[in-house]
Design a protein around this ligand. Sequence first.
Ligand code: PMP
Length: 443
Amino acid sequence: MTTPNRQPSHLFYQTRRRRPMLDQARGVYMWDVDGKRYLDGSSGAMVCNIGHSNERVLEAMRRQMVKSTFGYRLHFETEPAERLAAKTASLCPGGLNKVFFVSGGSEAVESAIKLARQWAIAVGEPQRYKVISRYPSYHGSSLGALALTGYAPMTAPFDPMMRAMPKIPAPRAYLDGLDPTKEGTGHHYANMLEERILQEGPETVLGFIVEPVGGASTGALVPPTGYMARIREICDRHGILLIHDEVMTGGGRTGRFWGAEHWGVAPDILVISKGFAAGYAPLGAMVAHDRVVEPVLDKGGFIHGYTYAGNPLACAAGLAVVEEIETQGLMANAERMGNELKRRLKGLMDRYDFIGDVRGSGLLLAFELVADRRTMAPLPKGLNAFDRLVELAYERGLIIYSRRTRGGLEGDHFLVCPPMIVEESHLDEIMAALTAALDEVAG
Ligand code: PMP
């Protein structure tokens, strides 16, 4: 990757590493100021699901922008927020119908935790405060969401500052040598939730949060057969709220609007963000069932809020994005192109023995590098395939997204998640760049 000779930056994010300066983006492509073109093979961070610079979305935003860009929620209702809330409720499983808008995934998760806790107090069970989550998992970077996150490098510095919540293992059948298509496998992992609830004391447990298809932390982990339904049963048995973190899966990327639709299971609360306004505006939502929201409102109100909640410009963008997903048949395309891309990625396993697994659903796909496919032992850390492969792909004009597989400590997986508008020719380009990059890693 070329790092242009630029002035020192006053911006900082995770590291000092500089990145090319983005100039423009359209469809599945992005260009830097030097004119180099990149295929956005990870839709940003699984955000830009409908591609860049969609004219219909931009037009909807322009129309809203000249009317009003902000109306504080305690002063005004706005039409875009009302319409998007109604649309979202109509799409939700299980009759979830109360929508609380936020500006991102962490805020949405934070809102879910705080609603759940206030529900417990309102229904006379104030001893419930633990939200069980999984390891590995990612639920956000604010301290509440981080307490649920199972990703050691991101949580470790803050351990003294938060009450880390109980974790159960994510159902990584491929690492444990179990068959994910067998119902017994799903039940085996789901039963770990019940064991943990009993160990914690069921009366202290408030909720369980789960990514229906795992995101960055597990690398597109699809739960084994029977897992999601059994989780629902266990939560019901113990009066525990089930929270689906659909921040990455919500919005059609897996081929259905909600990731959990694949298993026909409805949560009590769900959260959505990345693909909601698909990069056109910062937007997220927590959606809950009446039976959770009403007791809280009856007791005097939901103690929580963000200034930008329900921002009309963001909601206008979200509404246009959801309409685009529906009218352009993007979920069907995500399923079709996702199946084809997965087939091609699996084909790479014949060529490279260091690819240990290819997995995912729709266009939420990942492959994992290993030292030994039989034992699934991770690559030695010093090899740093993690950074190298991403850079080699970047040089070839392909953006992919990587994380460490085993709770952030070791293991290398790579998410390949192009926008839902991809066509076969884009898959050809992705595979050509990826194969060239993998050849170089292999060599
Ligand atoms: N939950 C999941 C499943 C996510 O993937 C993410 C972001 N990667 C978040 C929550 C947090 O979202 P944000 O970065 O928008 O705060």
